[in-house]
Design a protein around this ligand. Structure first.
Ligand SMILES: [Zn+2]
Length: 176
């Protein structure tokens, strides 16, 4: 502790400076630095919102005739940013929660889109959405070429998720 007036180093506990007599202000330790308080619940909400936006982009891009792999990037980016935005901070917890969402969302969105496309082709034959699911599963399992396409599209999607996650997390860490 130093005297605020003359700068003399003072022993702990003195109330006036031993050199100049200036009262020692105990409160002069400086403003307390408040750490950013992470809000995990809001963060999860943000991450889910982001994942939904990213997942919707798969379906939207596919409607427009684009290969949806780039949506993988969007899913990762929106999920992590969603957590950071509402949770105030992208912590290790946030990253783990986001990774779970980044694994589940592309799978759900991609398959939902596939089932929906399939249904649109087959509804004229009187098939319901519920009929389409086992039918599509059988079709993919029996046709090696379809299986190859299915796996490669899914693989591309997850590759873009990984790229998006890596770059977004790296940027968030750099900011700290
Ligand atoms: Zn002094």
């Amino acid at each position: 502790m130093n005297c605020n007036h003359c700068g003399t180093t003072l022993p702990e506990g003195v109330t006036v400076c031993t050199v100049c007599g200036t009262p020692v202000q105990a409160a002069m330790a400086g403003p307390e630095i408040l750490p950013v308080r992470e809000n995990v619940a809001m963060g999860i909400l943000g991450a889910i919102g982001g994942a939904l936006i990213g997942g919707a982009s798969i379906i939207l891009l596919s409607r427009l005739g684009f290969i949806a792999a780039i949506s993988g990037f969007l899913i990762a980016f929106c999920t992590l940013k969603g957590y950071e935005l509402l949770g105030k901070q992208l912590s290790r917890t946030g990253v783990i929660i986001s990774i779970i969402l980044m694994v589940v969302t592309p799978f759900l969105a991609y398959n939902l889109d596939l089932i929906w496309q399939f249904y649109n082709e087959l509804k004229v034959f009187g098939l319901t959405l519920g009929d389409c699911v086992p039918f599509l599963v059988d079709l993919i399992q029996e046709d090696a070429e379809l299986m190859r396409m299915y796996l490669s599209e899914m693989g591309m999607l997850y590759l873009f998720v990984a790229i998006g996650a890596f770059s977004t997390i790296r940027n968030a860490m750099r900011k700290v």
